[in-house]
Design a protein around this ligand. Structure first.
Ligand code: PEP
Length: 231
């Protein structure tokens, strides 16, 4: 079981230090935090496993605003999230760029959490499987079943909305994703301490990618404990 906290654009170094001083992950579960780039070194110094929230496909070059896999390794990061729906929605990330980022990261030895998920309109118009297939196959074509690759199923309508997928709906999507690309699949979308256990009880839910509830040490620890008691 892997529980990853995506901090989005929250917590600079001082707040990161304060979080790490209080947060106590339980045994029996792999826990990752993904702070903003400027807080990576602070998070690494705490001894927690740290991922970045994105990574570029080139190792260096004229790519203003980007960070490469060797740079992340140099500061002690262990991996990177790629293809988060906020990157796809607000920063022009495409299936092709997500795949390139995922490939470069895995090749460099970083763990990868590659996000996929349908929008509300896509689900309502019956396109969920088609959308997931296109997104997952782009990643599969680039990365294959690389042992450093983990997928995250994050239905866009459930991210930051308080609307969680039912455990049955998550299970169905996870099983479909694994039929395309047999790698672990995390669930993401309004995971909270009070719904984590039922989601994590599904056989094909291999962990969680947590946004809002990962910002507070107690709620993130509670979610990690729900995973630890399942594994
Ligand atoms: C996320 O940012 O990946 C996420 C799932 O956010 P939240 O848990 O806040 O819905």
């Amino acid at each position: 079981m892997l529980i990853a906290g995506n901090w989005k654009m929250y917590k600079g170094p001082a707040e990161t230090r304060a979080f790490c001083a209080t947060f106590e992950p339980p045994d029996g579960v792999d826990v990752v935090i993904a702070p903003p780039y400027v807080s990576l070194a602070e998070a690494v110094a705490s001894g927690l496993t740290v991922y970045a929230q994105s990574v570029h496909w080139a190792s260096a070059g004229a790519y203003t605003g980007e960070i490469s896999a060797p740079m992340l390794l140099e500061v002690g990061a262990a991996g990177a999230i790629v293809g988060h729906s906020e990157r796809r929605q607000y920063f022009g990330e495409t299936d092709e760029t997500v795949a390139r980022r995922a490939f470069a990261a895995a090749e460099a030895g970083l763990g990868v959490i590659a996000c996929v998920g349908e929008s509300e309109e896509e689900r309502e118009s019956g396109q969920t499987e088609l959308v997931l297939r296109v997104q997952v196959e782009a990643i599969k074509d680039a990365v294959g079943t690389h042992e450093l690759l983990v997928l995250a199923y994050e239905p866009v309508w459930a991210i930051g909305t308080g609307r969680t997928a039912t455990p049955e709906l998550a299970q169905e999507a996870h099983a479909f994703i694994k039929s395309l690309l047999p790698r672990p699949v995390l669930y993401g979308g309004s995971v909270k301490p009070d719904n984590a256990a039922e989601l994590l009880a599904e056989p094909d839910v291999d962990g969680a990618l947590v946004g809002g509830a990962s910002l507070e040490p107690d709620s993130f620890a509670a979610i990690c404990r729900a995973a630890s008691s399942r594994s």
